[in-house]
Ligand binder design. Structure first.
Ligand code: HEC
Ligand code: HEC
Length: 935
């Protein structure tokens, strides 16, 4: 009733009352004049009226109509339901308040929140104008196009922080349109009469000439126009609808668009992210590390600045979404980062244990503590915290200096080992977490989202101001803001050009295409190569290095890293023996800064930001003490996680069947031992099959026989030629075939640098990538030690006993011990097999497509439950692993073949390539799986 009386009070004689909930002067006049209803008006009717009022003809008139249609469509709100309602029944003109078009007293402020006219604001409008010759011969006050723009700009400024980023867009649909419709005169002197504006606002009346236009019945459009209009209308509508829908549900829309758009266009859309599975409880499994060790490993810096912006910017930047109301969340928000596949982590593990429970830390950890040995030369690992509340694997690099100039730099943000080497499985709302397991993150999506966030921060109105306030505080000077803006632009240019664009250019020039890594996979070797031999060199000012880049086309599943320090050879292809080289090479790969500039006198060549002391300590923690130091030999350090039967007490899916385990053990002893060796932690196996026991090795002899000049055991892995295994050849080909060019002044000479390897002398400018990388990492390591003035024995202690030499075995894959294998799906080096069940079926029957990221664990198939025939559609934001692209061509790096058990078993094992055993019966398969769960 109140509303009605307000309407009556306001209505002039002969006018229809207008609700104060309609804040648009133009629509108010349309309603008051009886041209449209005051309540629900079909969008077409609104569009026709405004078309008519515009006085435009032909195509221009249609454009006015279509624009109006689009604006009217979203005027009442953006939820999908509301959009449908607007589309089918029309806009509710008396419910426009608080809709997306309402600027809440922003804008001109001529109509206040109760739809009362403020005369002072009309005077203010007039003050932006000047006098124009009226077509009738006199002059009158008015605003031309430029003055209208100046007026709007001043309105925005007056609104300050309350202005939303899209106001400027909305405003373009208001005053300029009003000028278009009501304007008198032509060209620059076309002006909007202040007197007519006053009449429009106060009396809700149009000038007579507009009324006349509105009264003329529109001529029926010709059929050509109708079709044209329909087409243009549909296109504009679709674009508006897509934008609006993207704002409302960005991930779902990006997901759909990325599937239907050409790759290059899809690259212009921020990546779609899956929703995190809701977690009702979380547990870290016991693996011999204390809670403190764990948290340190999760957040200690290895000296990397993986992200191209400082820590403070990372903490202050908003997510690459557009939001109509309020600001989007921050990229550093843990819940957002979890959607890329990361695991949440507390700020600290000191203090109240109950606060740690949601993160999976039990109040009492029974972990034994083999404290890692002290570092030589008084070096100390850096303490690590997580004051930013970032997920596992994010580390703040403090006290950084520029390796080229020595100047102090702001804190950086980088990934540490745990980002890629921390595993988790999700089962019915329970998250089970373990260290050293395969990470599930999709780093490409993260890189893309970062790029978009940097762009949005610069170009989405209002966003930079908020960013600057978070970084600089509220009282920063204009000069400081300016410097920040320039810095952000430079960082964005670096990311877009040096990283993204130049990479694309380089691989296109080579005719290469990349393979999507997706959740849980990374082409570490190719990425390290691109980082060190292109990006680091280009960043150091070395020209012409573009050709050193190769396509990322051999993604591998993040490998588990428990027990690896004992392996004779690390990496899937068994390419590295030297642990410090392995870890430092990886640190360079995730962007430890390194100076490669040819500046002679400085003695800064090879100086880097690597935190070698931390890398060594991490390796010590992973390795643990001599396994023969105890009466029953066993690997310590980080142990593999045990099948969590007890966590799921009462759930039959997790119950182990002892009879099956027994039969599975026998199958393992018969078939798998040949390559995977005796299990490293199964005393029953050792007792039952003493000949096949892993622990029958004689440590000293074994060590010596491999040429390691020290005492101690070694886990001498079986290596199998790629040709014999027939698993995907991609990863093993990288180091076997990739070449790089390096500038001569760097003096990289593998024959000389890689001591004790007896390599033949080769070129010092064009060389195998494998050797170049080994040499570069070694030089960076030596420089680090030289800068700290370490003595020879101290250096030797840091390097350890292993030589930095290439593997003579040629293209091969290793068979690793299968401890903890239940926790490491998807399987094979390229993560192409979703479960143990499918590992043990004939290769040709394995699924050729499945969804990666944010999915539940299946304790039966052990891994991800994927049906025969595979999966073709995934949840929003997940990535789809496929063996063939849409044109039927095999995707490089994605073969699911090899390591097959098929056909009759042959006692002499003379299987053809790709087959390593006879087919299993279903029972045998389940028996084996049951046993593998216990490892
Ligand atoms: C950006 C992700 C990422 C980070 C960070 C990372 N790694 Fe890795 N790591 C990988 C990938 C992928 C591989 C497999 C490379 C291959 O064999 O092609 C790997 C391989 C390894 C291996 C060899 C595993 C095996 O089966 O032989 C070890 C050990 C290892 N990493 C330890 C570390 C340590 C220690 C750190 C930190 C100092 C670290 N990694 C940081 C991704 C990462
Ligand atoms: C002839 C040697 C050989 C035999 C026999 C063999 N494997 Fe393997 N296995 C390998 C090699 C080599 C790899 C690595 C292949 C790759 O990643 O491309 C591998 C990989 C695996 C993996 C994947 C590990 C990972 O990193 O994801 C599993 C699981 C596995 N084997 C299970 C078994 C089981 C169970 C048996 C016995 C029934 C068995 N294998 C018998 C050589 C063998």
């Amino acid at each position: 009733m109140q509303e009605d009386s307000a309407r009556v009070r306001d209505a002039l004689p002969g006018q229809i009352p207008v609700s104060p909930e309609n804040p648009c002067p133009f629509l108010r006049a349309l309603v008051a004049g009886g041209f449209v209803d005051g309540h629900t008006v079909p969008l077409k009717t609104i569009a026709h009226n405004i078309e008519a009022a515009s006085g435009e003809t032909g195509f221009k008139k249609r454009v006015v109509g279509i624009k109006t249609f689009g604006v009217a469509l979203i005027a009442n709100g953006l939820s999908p339901l509301r959009l449908l309602k607007s589309l089918f029944s029309g806009a509710d003109l008396d419910e426009l308040r608080n809709g997306p078009l309402d600027k809440h007293g922003g804008g001109s402020r001529i109509l206040d929140a109760d739809a009362n006219v403020q005369p002072g604001e009309i005077e203010r409008l007039a003050s932006f104008g000047s006098d124009y010759p009226d077509p009738n011969g006199s002059t009158e006050r008015g605003l031309n196009e430029a003055q209208v723009q100046a007026f709007m700009k001043a309105n925005l400024k007056r609104d300050g922080d309350r202005a939303r980023w899209y106001y400027p867009l909305l405003m373009q649909g208001e005053w300029p349109v009003l000028l278009n419709i009501l304007g008198k005169g032509e060209g620059d002197s076309r002006y909007l009469s202040v007197a007519e504006v006053r009449t429009l606002f106060v009396e809700r009346r149009f000038p007579q000439r507009i009324v006349a236009r509105l009264m003329t019945k529109p001529k029926p459009a010709s059929i050509v126009w109708r079709i044209g209009k329909a087409l243009v209308g549909t296109a504009v509508l679709a674009a508006v609808a897509v934008l609006v829908a993207w704002m409302a549900a960005p991930d779902a829309v990006s997901d759909t668009l990325s599937k239907v758009l050409p790759k290059k266009v899809a690259a212009l859309i921020p990546p779609a992210l899956p929703e995190t599975e809701p977690t009702k409880a979380a547990y870290w499994l016991d693996q011999g590390w204390t809670t403190k060790d764990r948290h340190w490993f999760h957040h200690v810096t290895q000296g990397t600045a993986t992200f191209p912006i400082p820590y403070a910017w990372f903490m202050a930047m908003e997510q690459p979404y557009l939001s109509l109301f309020g600001a989007p969340g921050l990229i550093s928000d843990s819940a957002y980062l979890e959607r890329f596949g990361f695991i949440p982590s507390p700020k600290s593990v000191e203090g109240d244990p109950s606060a740690l429970r949601p993160f999976g830390y039990a109040a009492t950890t029974a972990a034994k503590t083999d404290t890692a040995p002290a570092l030589p030369a008084g070096l100390k690992p850096t303490p690590a915290g997580n004051e930013g509340g970032l997920p596992v694997g994010f580390a703040r690099l403090t006290g950084a200096t520029n390796p080229a100039t020595g100047a102090a730099e702001s804190d950086k943000i980088g990934l540490t080992c745990a980002a890629c080497h921390t595993g988790s499985i999700h089962y019915k709302g329970v998250s089970v977490r373990f260290d050293g397991g395969p990470g599930m993150a999709d780093l490409r999506k993260l890189e893309e989202a970062m790029g978009f966030a940097m762009i949005f921060t610069q170009y989405v109105p209002g966003r930079f101001a908020r960013f600057a306030e978070r970084v600089l505080g509220p009282n920063a000077s204009d000069a400081d803001r300016d410097t920040l803006k320039k810095g952000l632009k430079a960082a964005t240019d670096f990311a877009l050009n040096m990283q993204a664009k130049n990479y694309q250019t380089a691989i296109e020039a080579k005719g290469q295409t990349e393979t999507e890594e997706g959740f849980g996979r990374l082409d570490a070797l190719n990425r390290i190569g691109n980082q060190v031999f292109y990006l680091d060199m280009a960043a150091s000012g070395l020209p012409n290095m573009l050709g050193n880049q190769e396509a990322i086309d051999a993604p591998v599943s993040y490998p588990p890293i428990w027990t690896v320090p004992w392996f004779s050879w690390a990496q899937y292809d068994g390419s590295i023996a030297q642990p410090l080289i392995r870890n430092a090479g990886e640190a360079l790969g995730v962007f430890a800064q390194i100076n490669l500039s040819p500046e002679p006198a400085s003695n800064k060549l090879w100086r880097s930001s690597m935190a070698l002391e931390n890398l060594v300590h991490i390796e010590d923690m992973l390795r643990g003490p001599d396994p023969f130091a105890t009466t029953t030999p066993a690997f310590g350090g980080l142990t593999s996680p045990k099948w969590p039967e007890k966590l799921f007490d009462g759930d039959d899916a997790w119950k182990l069947d002892p009879a099956r385990v027994e039969r599975g053990r026998k199958l393992y002893a018969t078939i798998c031992v040949e390559c995977h060796l005796g299990p490293v932690a199964d005393p029953v196996f050792d007792k039952t099959y003493p000949d096949k026991s892993f622990w029958k090795i004689k440590p000293a002899e074994d060590w010596e026989s491999k040429g390691w000049n020290a005492k101690g055991p070694i886990l001498d892995l079986v290596q199998k030629p790629v040709d014999a295994m027939q698993t995907d050849p991609g990863q093993a080909s990288i180091l076997a075939t990739r070449k790089v060019t390096v500038p001569g002044f760097l003096d990289i000479d593998p024959a000389k640098d890689l001591k004790g390897c007896n390599l033949p002398q080769g070129s010092t400018t064009d060389m195998p990538y494998a050797l170049a990388l080994m040499a570069v990492v070694q030089k960076a390591g030596e420089k680090w030690m030289e800068d700290r003035k370490l003595t020879e024995p101290e250096r030797a202690a840091l390097w350890g006993d292993r030589k930095n030499c290439p593997n003579p075995a040629g293209k091969s894959y290793r068979a690793r011990p299968l401890n903890g294998v239940w926790a490491t799906a998807p399987y094979l080096h390229n993560g192409s097999v979703p479960s143990l069940y499918w590992m043990l079926t004939p290769a040709a029957e394995r699924p050729t497509s499945f969804c990666q990221g944010a999915r539940d664990y299946d304790p039966k198939q052990v891994g991800f439950a994927v049906p025969k025939g595979g999966e073709s559609s995934c949840k929003v934001g997940q990535t789809l692993f496929v063996t063939k692209d849409s044109s039927g061509k095999p995707v490089k790096g994605n073969s699911t073949l090899g390591h097959s058990f098929e056909g009759p078993a042959k006692p002499n094992k003379d299987y053809p390539n790709g087959i390593i055993g006879g087919a299993f019966s279903d029972e045998e398969r389940w028996d084996l799986i049951e046993y593998l769960k216990t490892l």
